[in-house]
Structure formats: structure tokens, C-alpha cells
Design a binder for this molecule. Structure first.
Ligand code: ZN
Length: 235
């Protein structure tokens, strides 16, 4: 095998790692965004639950206030009983008291219902807020892990790039240029093994003469189909 090609196989191993890390790094912002979507949805659900709880509490306060107003009114009506002068006034007064009492009964009933509604809404809000807090913690943890991966990817990339520069220094410029050109199309398989008479890059059969040349390893042989650099692995 040509020394240049032996080195290129080594370079390709480094390039594969570089390519993988770069791909992973590209995916990372998207992963953070996906993690954020769950968080935003939990936040929206909590906001709805909070609005429902606030509305239930307000209805309850309103009913309590109305009940207190009506109770005051009933007290005042009863105080006025002594001021009544005739039968007509007396019956009108009784009717007013009766209506006020009915209203108080209705308000007391609805207050009970509203108390139940508030209890349920408050419990629901607590549940949703807890879920949101858990989702927030999960998101922060995920984000930290993803960012850490990003940073460690950068460190690895720097190391691999330095190693690559060291290895390629001894490859002839012409072959290296061609390899770099192929990399754009085949980021992790610019150099392909010729095995069982075929190019392992594109699976096409290599003409016998070309296959013999690859096997001899005296010159650079390109796949006639995909143009990858071919090599033969002695078993
Ligand atoms: Zn090929």
C-alpha cells in the first residue's frame, strides 16, 4: 500500500470523529429547543390553572360580600319592625324580609358550591405548578448536560484538528488535495476499501485491471464510478 494512502486511512479515522462531533454539535441547539417546548407547554397549563383558581376565588369573595350585605340588610329590616304603622305596611315589610331571607339562603348555598370549586381549583393549580417546577428542573438539567456536551465537543475538536494537522503533514499535496476535495461529498468515506472485487463506498464492481492495481498498491487508484480513493487490505 502507498504510504500516503496508509496515512489517509488514519486521517479518515480522525475526520470521521470530527464529522461526528460537528454533527452532534449542530443538533444540540435543536435539542435545547425541544426541551424548552415541554417547559413552555407546562408553563401555559399552569397559567390556565392559575387563571381558573383566581376566577373561582373571586367568585367566592363576591358571593361572600353579597351575603354579608344581605345579612346586614336583613338586620336593618328587622330593626325597622317597630316603626310599622298599619297592616299594609306590615305585610309589605314581611314580604321584604322573606325575600331577603330567601336571597340569603340562595347565597349560602352558592357559597358552599363556590368553596368546593375553589378547593378543587386550588388543588389543581398546586398540581400543575408542581409539575411545572419539576419540568423546569428537568429542563435546566438537560440544558446543562447539552451545554457541557457542546463544550467537551469543542475540546475534542481542537485536539482532533491538531492531530489531523500533524498526520497530514507527511501526505503529498496532490493526494491530500484530492482527498480534501472528496471529503465534501463523502465526509466519512473518501478512502474506501476494495473488497470482493467491489468498491465498499459505492458497491460497484471494480474492473479487474483496476482491482489488480489497487491490490499492488503502487499508485493511487480511484473508483471509476464514485471517484473515491481505493485501497486493498491484506488479510
Ligand atoms: Zn466507488
Amino acid at each position: 500500500m502507498l504510504e500516503d494512502i496508509r496515512i489517509l486511512i488514519e486521517v479518515q479515522e480522525v475526520d470521521r470523529q470530527i464529522h461526528k462531533i460537528e454533527k452532534d454539535k449542530e443538533r444540540l441547539p435543536r435539542l435545547v429547543a425541544i426541551a424548552g417546548e415541554d417547559l413552555r407547554s407546562a408553563e401555559a397549563i399552569t397559567a390556565d390553572a392559575r387563571a381558573a383558581a383566581e376566577s373561582a376565588n373571586k367568585s367566592k369573595r363576591d358571593a361572600e360580600m353579597e351575603l354579608s350585605t344581605e345579612t346586614d340588610r336583613l338586620g336593618k329590616l328587622k330593626d325597622r319592625s317597630s316603626e310599622i304603622k298599619n297592616n299594609k305596611e306590615y305585610f309589605a315589610h314581611l314580604k321584604e324580609i322573606e325575600e331577603c331571607q330567601k336571597k340569603i339562603t340562595r347565597l349560602e348555598e352558592s357559597s358552599l358550591e363556590l368553596m368546593e370549586r375553589v378547593e378543587k381549583a386550588d388543588a389543581d393549580l398546586k398540581e400543575k405548578a408542581d409539575a411545572f417546577a419539576a419540568e423546569t428542573a428537568k429542563f435546566e438539567e438537560n440544558k446543562a448536560r447539552i451545554e457541557e456536551k457542546f463544550v467537551s465537543g469543542d475540546v475534542q475538536l481542537r485536539e482532533l484538528t491538531a492531530r489531523r494537522a500533524e498526520i497530514v503533514a507527511s501526505v503529498s499535496k496532490e493526494i491530500l488535495d484530492y482527498y480534501n476535495y472528496l471529503l465534501k461529498m463523502f465526509p466519512d468515506s473518501a478512502v474506501a476499501e476494495a473488497a470482493n472485487g467491489s468498491c465498499t463506498g459505492c458497491r460497484m464492481i471494480i474492473p479487474p485491471q483496476a482491482f489488480n492495481n489497487v491490490r499492488k498498491g503502487e499508485a493511487l487508484v480511484k473508483c471509476h464510478n464514485c471517484r473515491r480513493i481505493l485501497y486493498f487490505k491484506e488479510s
